[in-house]
Design a protein around this ligand. Structure first.
Ligand SMILES: NC(=O)c1ccc[n+]([C@@H]2O[C@H](COP(=O)([O-])OP(=O)(O)OC[C@H]3O[C@@H](n4cnc5c(N)ncnc54)[C@H](O)[C@@H]3O)[C@@H](O)[C@H]2O)c1
Length: 460
């Protein structure tokens, strides 16, 4: 089949690559020239410097004859004559702090597309085409897309909702072996096209191929993300907080008790200073906004959002409150800039707010390190007298008076040994419990440790 992808971000690029790997001729269009240049480079490391997803580079290179990335809209126009489906993979961020989804990226792309769809097959529009919403969108989005296309005069098309469930950092693995593929359509004709596109997943062992209506598909995505987000909030705000409040409670021991109940399960039971990223927060906000607009109060959804939001403030506040640490003029190492391990994505990364906090506290220097996300973080905070970037955690912590661990990169688990050998004894602020196995050793070696999910541990 011939498949067009609009938007080559984490979702567009990964899902288009899997489409090419499934044998489809795939064209990917994006307005971002730099991104398209990197993705078209034919070099694994260059591709992954753009989207840090394991396996993405190799899979693109392996399918080079079937996938093309472009910023040239004329290629899109030519492709449409014989195109079977268009996957819309555009950003849908929150508008300010309203909860409402910003659909302007989607509609800008869709309006331009509509014009070209009118002109396909020499204005005859003979080829049936399916428009697929892969972006996370409001429940009634399919109707809006349909209306918009019809208003312009587009004919012979269907609109489908096919939400994406990929997990950043594991996007390729997850797209090749998804837990489920959800397809929402009103017409059998559209389900048929989607089954052809997803032949490798229909009836595959261990993959649920779920066919529902398009509103159910869109709602299912929002509700799945909310359920996961809520679980994280419960972990941080209830389980972690309980361990911070009462003495002699080990977070890891409590986790063991909880996860042995299969009804609770183990996903998400890792304490953290914040759940960032591009999806959970904005999707919960969108769900709350939609419910409220429909007259509901969405208390639990809103409270989940707030429970996550307050974690960072509570965590950072403990340095002054519990360790009487004065940030003014201090050298602070900030380890981890991506919102989580395994990705270079810095959207809603806790480190962004941490840098703002530290600047407000007038620290002397922020020494930043991340194994993958420095280039992207530098776009937000350019290097300056106060903000410096380093090539290793070793260099970043050297001479620091406080060390903040903000991302759960596995390599940070070895940081304790490095610190024990260092001359100075910085305040350790572990926002991910990466050093939990060594807190008492660190305490004995003369460190003060503030960690999420633990009472403060002060040197003896
Ligand atoms: N990132 C995730 O983990 C994830 C998971 C599931 C669902 N989603 C959803 O998928 C959608 C896309 O997310 P993403 O993370 O891939 O976003 P992204 O920001 O990484 O990528 C979006 C791409 O769209 C491009 N774009 C913007 N306007 C365009 C236009 N007019 N024409 C062509 N391209 C245009 C941007 O340049 C960018 O490359 C969002 O709705 C998101 O909520 C994301």
């Amino acid at each position: 089949m011939n498949i067009l992808y609009i938007g080559s971000g984490f979702v567009g690029a990964c899902s288009a690559t899997v489409s090419a790997d499934s044998g489809h001729q795939t064209l990917v269009f994006d307005v971002d020239k730099r991104k398209i240049e990197l993705l078209s480079s034919g070099d694994r490391d260059t591709i992954q410097s753009c989207l840090f997803e394991e396996g993405l580079g190799d899979l693109i290179i392996r399918n080079q004859d079937k996938i093309k990335f472009t910023t040239d809209y004329n290629q899109v126009v030519d492709f449409l004559d014989d195109c079977d489906a268009i996957f819309m993979c555009l950003p849908t961020p929150e508008i300010g702090e309203t909860g409402e989804s910003d659909l302007s990226f989607y509609f800008t792309a869709a309006k331009k597309l509509a014009q070209s769809l009118l002109e396909r097959n020499q204005n005859r529009q003979t080829k049936y085409i399916v428009l697929v919403n892969k972006s996370t969108v409001p429940v009634d989005m399919v109707d809006k897309t349909q209306e918009m296309m019809e208003k312009v005069g587009v004919k012979n098309f269907g609109v489908v909702s096919n939400p994406e469930f990929l997990v950043e950092g594991k996007a390729i693995q997850g797209s090749l072996h998804p837990d489920r593929v959800v397809v929402g359509a009103w017409q059998e004709k559209d389900f048929k096209v989607m089954r052809q596109i997803y032949q490798r997943f229909v009836n595959a062992a261990n993959i649920q191929y779920v066919e529902v209506n398009p509103k159910e598909a869109a709602a299912g995505k929002l509700l799945a993300n909310f359920t996961l987000f809520n679980k994280l909030a419960v972990c941080f705000d209830v389980i972690g907080r309980t361990c911070e409040t009462f003495s002699d409670l080990s977070f890891e021991n409590l986790r063991k008790i909880l996860i042995t109940d299969p009804r609770i399960g183990s996903w998400g039971l890792y304490d953290s200073l914040y759940a960032g990223g591009s999806c959970f927060i904005k999707d919960a906000r969108s769900l709350a906004h939609q419910l409220q607009t429909a007259g509901q109060n969405a208390t639990l959804v809103n409270e989940t959002y707030l429970a996550n939001k307050r974690q960072l403030e509570l965590f950072l506040g403990r340095a002054e409150k519990e360790a009487k640490f004065d940030w003014t003029g201090k050298i602070v190492a900030l380890l981890g800039l991506a919102f989580k391990q395994g990705t270079n994505d810095t959207r809603n990364s806790p480190s962004i707010d941490i840098v703002h906090f530290l600047l407000e506290k007038q620290v002397g220097e922020i020494r930043c390190y991340d194994p993958a996300a420095i280039e992207w973080f530098e776009k937000i905070f350019t290097e300056s007298k106060q903000i410096k970037y380093f090539k290793s955690e070793n260099e970043a912590v050297s001479g620091a008076q406080a060390v903040i661990i903000a991302t759960d990169w596995p390599q940070f688990r070895g940081l304790g040994d490095l610190l024990v050998r260092s001359k100075n004894k910085p305040l350790i602020m572990d926002g991910r419990r990466m050093l939990a196995h060594q807190y008492h050793e660190l305490q004995k070696s003369g460190f003060d440790v503030i960690a999420v999910g633990s009472q403060s541990i002060f040197k003896k």
